[in-house]
Every structure is written in C-alpha cells, then in structure tokens.
Ligand binder design. Structure first.
Ligand code: 26V
Length: 803
C-alpha cells in the first residue's frame, strides 16, 4: 500500500478526498483520523487473511480468550508502532502540516472494561499476536463503555460514554456470520432409538452479530482477531410487542456493567454472559466443523479460556452442543469439555464471587440449567465417594446449594486448569478460599503471575526513556524484555543517571501541563510526584493515602520547622456508581485538595490533585511521570495489581504492602529498592479468623491518628461537617475492616523513608534504574508464554508464505 513517506502521503491525500469527499484543505482532524485509520486497517488485512489461512492449513491449535471485558484504549498509535510505520506516518503527516499527536487525540478510548481484569485481557491480546501465537479474543461490543467521570464540586458525576458515536474504524461487521442465541422457552424431552432427545422450544431469539477487529503483533506478520458480539433483534417470529422486544434485545449489548452491587438488572447481566458464551462457542464450533467434521478431537485443536467466572457458561454450553447436537455420550462430552476449558480467578473478595438464584437462571436458560444440574449431581456423587457422610463438606462444595448456582464452583469442576494471578493469590486460593477443591483436584491449580505489555506501557507511553534504553543496551530487549537487566551495568554511570533524571523531569512537565489545563492547579515539577491511580475501592485504601496527607498538612501547620521534601500527591479513580462509600472517599480527596492547595502558609510544600476520568489514554501520560507508586491495599486483598508493574517499568519506586504482585516486585528489585510497610497477609487473615483488632485502641493511643480522624467530622473542613460521617464510622464504629489505622504508623514511617531517600538524588536514580532493569519479568509476554506452554499447549504460527 505504501513503503515510504512519499507513497504514504500520496495514498493518504487520495484516500482523504475519496472517503470524505473534501479537499485536504477543507478536511477536519476527524476526517484525517478516519482516513488514516481505514488505511491502516486495510494495510493489515492481507496478513489478517493469511494468518487465518496459515492456522487452518497447519491445523494449529488455537486459543480463544473469552472475556466480558476488553479495556483496549486507543488503537491508532499502538497499531502504527506494532506495524513499525509510526515514523513514516508521522513524518509524512508532518510534511502535510499535520501533527500525529493531534490526530491521535481524535480517537476515543475503547473502554470496554472496568479496570485490571479488562486491561489484562487487552495486554494478553497484544502479547499473543506479538509472540505469533494463534490466540483470539471474544467479547461484547457494548454500545456504552465504562462511564465518563466528571468531578463537580468535589463529587463524582457519571455520564454515559459514547465511543461509537462517530463509528469505529478498527471494526468490520460480519452480518453473514451472525448467530441466533435462544432464551426462555421450554425443553421437551423425548426418547428416540434409546437416546434422550432434548428440544428447546418456544425460545426467544437474540441475534449476535460479530464485529471483528484485527490484533496486530509487534514486528510480526501475525494478525489475530478480537471478535465482539452485538445484540440485535432476530428475524425469527415472536409473540409479543415488537417494540418492547427490540428494546430488550438491544439492551443486552448496551452497557458494560460497572459493578454487581445492585440486584436490579442482574438478569440482564446473566443474559450478557450467556449471549457472549453461546455466540462465541457456536462460532468456534461452526468453523471447526467446517474444517474437521466431527468434534471428537475438539480439545486437541481448541483451547477455551475463561477470564474469571463471567464466561463460565462455556462449560454447559459446550456440553450441550456435544450431547444434543453431536450426539456424544455424557462421558465423551465431559472429557472433551474438561480438556478444552481453563479458568483464571481474579479475586478472593466474597462480594465479587458470582452466584445466581435458580429462580432467575432456570427460566432464562432452561436447557443449560438441566446440564448444570447434571454436572452438580455427578460431582456431588463423586464427593460422596471421597468423603462418605461428610454432608457439610459436600454442601459447601456443591455447585448448586440453597437455591443458588455458584459460578466459581462450576468453573473449578468443569475446567482442567485453575490459575491465580500472583504467587500469594494462588497460595491463598489453595490454602484458604478453595482449600476443599485443592484437596480434590491438586493437579488443576497453578499460578500465572500477571504482566503488562511493555509495548504500550513503555515503548508507546514513554518514547524518551525507550530511546535512552536502546542507546544504552541496544534493541534486543524489545523482543526479550528480561534483557532490560543489562541496564544494571549503568548503575554507576552518572551521565546515564542524569539522562534518566532529565527524562523524568520532561515527563513530569507534560503531566503538569495536563494537570493545569484540567484543574487549574499549578504543580512544582521538582516536587516528588506521588501517584495512586486505580479503581476506587475500600480495600485499595485510597483512604490511608489521604489521611496521611492530612497528617503531613497538620505537621506543616503545627511546626514551621518540619522538614519535608515538597510533594505532589496525584489521584485518579472511578467509583462504581452505586458504591456510596467509595464516592465519599473521592469527595474527601477533593476536599483535602481544596484546603491544602489554597493554604499559602505551607509554601507549596504539599499539593493534592484529583485527575478526573482516569482511563487508559490518561494512564499513558501518568505512569512515565511518577516518582512514587502507591500500592497500599490491605495485604491479601489485591489479587495481583498491574498498575504496580506499569509504574515500575517507568522507573517509579513502589510504596507498598506485601500484597499481590508487590511481593514479586520486591523479590526482584530487593528490599533496598522498594518501600514495604504494614501488616502481612497472614496477619490480616489471622485477625479475620481469630479477632483481636480494636481500631479504637489505635485511635486512642496515637494522637496523630486521633487528630486526622477527628478532623473528618469536627468542622476542620468548613461547611461539610456531615459529609464524612460514613468514613468516620467505618474507622471507629465498624472496627476498620481494612486496617487503615492499624497500618497508619507504619505508613507514616515508610513515607519518611521515601522523603529521606529522595533527597539523595544519585541514590534515588540508582533505585529507579534497578526497578526498570528488573521489570522485564512483568512483561505480559512472559505471562502469555507460560499460559501457552503450561495451560493451552499452543505453539507459534510458522513463517508466512509471502515473506
Ligand atoms: C469486583 C467487584 C464487584 C462487586 C463489588 C466489589 C468488587 C470487588 C472487586 C471486584 C474485582 C473483580 C475481578 C477483578 O477485576 N480483579 C482484578 O484482576 C486484576 C487482573 O488479574 C488484578 O490485577 C487485580 O488485583 C484484581 O482486583
């Protein structure tokens, strides 16, 4: 299509006129973006076709990653980089007087996810393609992604997100590949030639229309597919009001669920889950049948991974196809299903474990319910053989109990592999949360510590640091990120360290400008940029951070000689719309910011910034500018965390608890290059089990704590005396479930250590360097290689015929 700058410019100008029907002079930034996006998508289409063809001919085993979320962010620059044409394009555009940055800003993030789980899925797609692995994503094409957040008077306000308003250049609608997904109705059972026949009758159909997006690997010819399903009215006849039917149908792919905290609309969530699963599995089976005919060797050519329990109905759906359509026996079908499906657990929080009341499940999915019931009965029978008479254990482990279906139990029973997302998390699953299951199926459990794609989170987001690294150690690390270790050789190189410092400073200036544009707050770029960005949740303890800031403010006010290095605390976080407590924390952060930022007497030593609408594209500007990374969850609660890895890779130092992947970061950088504080997981879990914690005692015995806690309600924040009662109560009346006061003193101390360390610039830069050098392990390429080898048994696609 184009192989140099000249050709690019010619093609671009011609296409612009053709597609927009305007001259270049008349064209808008959006016209230019659309033209470029369409060009790039077409540019990859040959390799896209060839990747499919190659996999088919070589009969490669393929993996399908089923996920209710894919938090992709923007794709233009990402694709340009992976195709290695970013330079040709940006130079070509520059000669036409166009800045690629400005065109990039036209693109709205594809925000089809809430946080870590969805972003992980997006990083995995990038690694699969970049490692030439045959792996595809299956998800839902939500009309509205995660809500847009505005801060009004310190409060979160949610607006519906509209990423499809101007269309989406990266997708291709494939209406001819649509699938009809049945809901409601009845199952008629009959017997024919000694075989039970199940017929799902009077079902209401929803049409699932696939939209495919190319997933381009870095410097490879592999182009995998992300297939997102759109819910549309079916052409099948229905017996009710057509308008109502249309509305209900379309609502299935209308909104991404921001959480499960509300009962209302739960049925819609279950519909979404079956819609995703049924459409995905049936389209996989359809193309499999076309190639192989029978399904008896399905598991040898196909792996289906379920990202958390949301797609767990893949298990009964595959059973249904194998039994009802393929006429296999239960045992044959079970063998194939078990060997096809693998499952990742992403949380141990009880409130996040999915359960469905039978009264909702059975009428909506009658045939699927029958199969789940059969799986449960057979499983309970096995348990009875293993633990005769142990009713309690069987009741606890059953898939269906007390009129509820437990999705995690179904996943554990129906898949051959169950993994946690960091070492500690996997140990907690094995020893505590899923102990009973581990006893029955020890061979299923394994760990796959999360990772992040260094292509987006270093190469794309921090080009200056990338260039510096390449100048120092060459380019090999891009394909083998563990080679970043070579940077260790520069530990005593003051020229190199100084360049690191200058790059950090430039990145901080860029962020400072953004902060000023967005909030009007002027921040000092020579202060420490101390950042906590992640979903707002009590267990992540943004509260600990903001109470500590209040403490620092108190110190500065009380004692004019109190010596602290100037610090800018930056927050970004969305709270679930129904999560009252989380919203109060946002208001508290903004209230503290207001007070501190406007108090001239502290000489700008402290600044507090809340950046609204935290999302992937904003994150890309934040991580490169961070000095300190806040990873302060209550130990045992954060399954892994992945923001921690993004900060580390950009040279920020972690202030963290021994939780999730923080532990593995510490193991790699060493105690001297990280700031660890607080209770350990074992201690937290013991408190939960045996009691013994009284938050009130910490309040009474530590006057620093007493002061900040009292300030929540004593009029210290003028005009909002009642605002923070719920927070006050959680700390004192409800005994501080997340141990904020318990860890407070230790947090103050570690933050003093940070202050001291930062004052020694050379030392700080060395620590920062060590973090970058050891971050290669946390590339999702390593994670995906482990999944490919140890769970999926898939191998890279061979060389292309055209190359
Ligand atoms: C979901 C919900 C929904 C109901 C309200 C409370 C609540 C709390 C937590 C969750 C988390 C759902 C699963 C999830 O997103 N887990 C995250 O997965 C990341 C990728 O593995 C991991 O890095 C994070 O530590 C983990 O929280």
């Amino acid at each position: 299509m184009f192989s140099n700058k000249m050709e690019f410019k010619e093609t671009f100008l011609r296409r612009l006129e053709m597609t927009c029907g305007k001259s270049f002079a008349e064209s808008t930034k959006r016209d230019q973006y659309d033209t470029l996006g369409n060009m790039i998508r077409e540019y990859v289409s040959l390799n896209w076709i060839e990747t499919k063809e190659k996999n088919r001919v070589a009969k490669n085993k393929q993996v399908y990653y089923l996920s209710i979320e894919f938090l992709l962010g923007r794709l233009l620059r990402h694709n340009l980089i992976n195709l290695k044409i970013d330079q040709v394009v940006s130079e070509g555009l520059a000669e036409l007087g166009i800045h690629l940055d400005e065109i990039e800003d036209v693109e709205v993030d594809a925000a089809l996810g809430n946080g870590g789980l969805g972003r992980l899925a997006a990083c995995f797609l990038d690694s699969l393609a970049s490692l030439n692995l045959p792996g595809h994503g299956c998800g839902i094409r939500y009309k509205h992604g995660l809500f847009e957040q505005k801060i009004v008077d310190g409060y979160q306000v949610e607006l519906p997100e509209q990423w499809l308003r101007h269309g989406h250049v990266w997708e291709v609608r494939k209406a001819d590949l649509s699938i009809e997904v049945p809901f409601w109705g009845k199952v008629e059972v009959s017997e024919e030639n000694g075989r039970m026949i199940f017929r799902h009758v009077n079902a209401e159909m929803i049409t699932a229309v696939p939209y495919d997006m190319p997933v381009v690997g870095y410097e490879t010819e592999t182009v995998n597919t992300l297939r997102l399903w759109n819910a549309e009215p079916s052409p099948y006849p229905i017996n009710r009001d057509i308008m109502q039917y249309k509305r209900e149908t379309e609502s299935v792919s209308e909104f991404l669920y921001p959480d499960d905290t509300h009962d209302e609309g739960k049925i819609l969530r279950l519909k979404q889950q079956y819609f995703l699963v049924s459409a995905s599995i049936r389209s996989i089976v359809r193309s499999y049948r076309k190639q192989y005919g029978s399904l008896v060797d399905f598991h040898q050519h196909i792996s289906i991974h379920i990202n958390d329990t949301h797609p767990v109905l893949a298990i009964p759906e595959l059973m249904r196809i194998l039994i009802d359509e393929e006429q296999l026996s239960w045992d044959e079908a079970w063998h194939i299903t078990l060997n096809t499906i693998s499952y990742t657990n992403h949380t141990t929080l009880a409130e996040a474990l999915e359960k469905w009341p039978i009264r909702i499940f059975q009428p909506l999915l009658p045939r699927i319910y029958m199969i789940v019931n059969e799986i449960n009965e057979r499983f309970c029978k096995n348990l009875w053989d293993l633990y005769p008479g142990d009713w309690n254990r069987i009741e606890e482990m059953a898939i269906i109990a007390h009129d509820q279906i437990k999705m995690a139990h179904l996943a554990l029973v129906g898949s051959h592999s169950v993994n946690g997302v960091a070492e500690l998390h996997t140990e907690i699953l094995k020893k505590r949360e899923m102990k009973n299951f581990y006893e029955v199926y020890p061979e299923k459990f394994n760990n796959k510590t999360n990772g992040i794609t260094h292509r987006r989170w270093l190469i794309k987001s921090n080009p200056k640091l990338t260039d510096l690294i390449c100048d120092a150690i060459g380019n090999d690390w891009i394909h083998k990120p563990e080679l970043l270790e070579k940077l260790e050789a520069f530990k005593e190189d003051s020229v190199f360290l100084n360049q690191m410092f200058l790059i950090k400073k430039l990145n901080k200036e860029l962020l400072a400008k953004r902060i000023q544009d967005q909030t009007g707050i002027v921040v000092d770029t020579s202060s420490i940029f101390d950042i906590q960005v992640k979903r707002l949740h009590a267990y992540k303890r943004q509260l600990l951070n903001i109470l500590h800031i209040m403490h620092l403010y108190n110190r500065l006010k009380e004692d004019s000689s109190f010596n602290m290095y100037p610090r800018t605390f930056i927050f970004g976080a969305k709270a679930s719309p129904g999560y009252y407590y989380a919203k109060k924390i946002i208001k508290l952060i903004n209230t503290v910011a207001e007070k501190v930022n406007n108090d001239a007497s502290i000489n700008g030593k402290l600044k507090v910034v809340f950046l609204e609408n935290y999302r992937v594209s904003l994150a890309e500007d934040i991580f490169p500018a961070a000095d300190v990374s806040e990873q302060i969850s209550t130990a045992s609660k954060e399954a892994s965390g992945t923001g921690n890895m993004k900060f580390m890779m950009n040279g920020a130092l972690t202030v963290g608890t021994l939780d999730g992947a923080n532990i593995e970061i510490k193991d790699r950088v060493g105690d001297e290059n990280i700031f660890i504080f607080g209770l350990k997981a074992e201690e937290v879990l013991n408190y939960y089990q045996h009691g013994g914690y009284r938050s009130m005692e910490y309040y009474h015995h530590d006057k620093r704590i007493r002061k900040v806690v009292d300030q929540l309600t004593n009029g210290f924040f003028e005009g909002v005396e009642d605002e923070f009662e719920a927070i006050y109560d959680s700390l004192l009346m409800q005994n501080d479930h997340y141990f904020v006061l318990r860890d407070f003193a230790s947090y103050i101390q570690i933050q003093r250590d940070v202050d001291t360390a930062y004052k020694n610039q050379q030392k700080w830069l060395q620590m920062s360097l060590m973090n970058i050098a050891k971050s290669g392990y946390f590339s999702s390429d390593r994670t995906i290689e482990q999944y490919a080898k140890e769970i999926w048994s898939i191998k890279p696609v061979g060389q292309f015929t055209t190359s």
